[in-house]
Design a binder for this molecule. Structure first.
Ligand code: OAD
Length: 253
């Protein structure tokens, strides 16, 4: 299927970054919590993304939510792209060199795809590396050091704070990202769902839209998910093993 595809769309979720040591949100092979600072370990134990990753949580306790996100930001900066990320970057390079189309939609906010060399990346949930002013929306580039003041005052407006440039539950997805993703899905002939539980809107919708347009579909996941029944092929295993193998198989000729 991959050899014959003219236009590929890949949707990734937290599972592809778990082999880089970053935690997933639901089930799967989450990295160990042992390396967390004690207060963050407690937060992970009680962490429910549906309640902590919300504008309301930030409003109620901006100190706690900022600390949490800054700790995660540093985790992403220190993590390294793994063979799954690298194989997708290589696949894009080969497909575009051959005049074929490749679009990577990601729900991940860690920027590991870009650091692996992927170029046509659509960030559906923003990213955790950049933060923005709550009043003006202006982006602020943070350094590699932890922030020192929580909540963090914005340099751009008196009384405003900095918040991560991620999409929280209840917030709109970036319009440009949804548009780019929808366009790519409309015209793809092969869709991959990789390392995602495929339950959070609009990720789930993209797979169904691709299927309705007649695209083939492949899932790569450590476990069965909501997507498993909808795809043609389930590759059950770790993305870091499956993707390099798939790449090798697809280019061997
Ligand atoms: P989830 O945590 O919901 O799902 C991770 C998936 O990755 C699970 O299906 C695991 O079985 C699978 N998995 C784990 N390790 C894997 C590996 N090494 N190789 C392949 N698969 C593996 O993460 P997402 O689907 O990304 O949204 O979650 C979607 C959104 O929900 C996130 O972007 C976040 C969250 O709440 C927001 O924060 C808005």
């Amino acid at each position: 299927m991959l050899r014959e595809a003219r236009s590929v769309v890949v949707l990734t979720g937290a599972g592809i970054s778990s082999e880089s040591g970053l935690r997933t949100f639901r089930g799967g092979t989450a990295a160990s919590a042992q390396d967390l600072p004690a207060d963050m370990r407690a937060l992970w134990a009680e962490f429910d993304p549906q309640t902590l990753a919300t504008p309301e949580a930030f409003e109620d306790d901006p100190d706690r939510v900022s600390r949490w996100y800054d700790w995660r930001r540093l985790g992403c900066l220190h993590a390294q792209p793994n063979p799954g990320h690298l194989a997708l970057a290589e696949l894009e390079k080969r497909m575009t060199a051959a005049g074929r189309s490749f679009t990577l939609l990601t729900q991940n906010v860690d920027r590991l795809h870009q650091r692996a060399g992927s170029r046509n990346v659509v960030e559906l949930h923003g990213n955790i590396i950049e933060w923005r002013c709550t009043k003006t929306g202006r982006m602020v580039q943070l350094g590699a050091e932890p922030l020192t003041t929580f909540p963090t005052p914005s340099p751009h407006a008196a009384g405003a704070l900095l918040r991560p440039n991620v999409v929280w539950f209840g917030e709109m997805l970036p319009e440009a990202a949804v548009l780019a993703a929808s366009r790519a899905v409309q015209s793809c002939d092969l869709f991959f769902s990789i390392g995602t539980s495929a339950v959070v809107y609009p990720a789930a919708v993209f797979l169904h839209a691709a299927r309705q347009n007649g695209a083939g579909a492949i899932e790569i996941n450590a476990e069965a998910t909501a997507a498993s029944k909808v795809v043609d092929v389930c590759l059950r295993g770790r993305a870091g093993d499956m993707l390099p193998a798939l790449l090798q198989a697809a280019i061997r000729d």
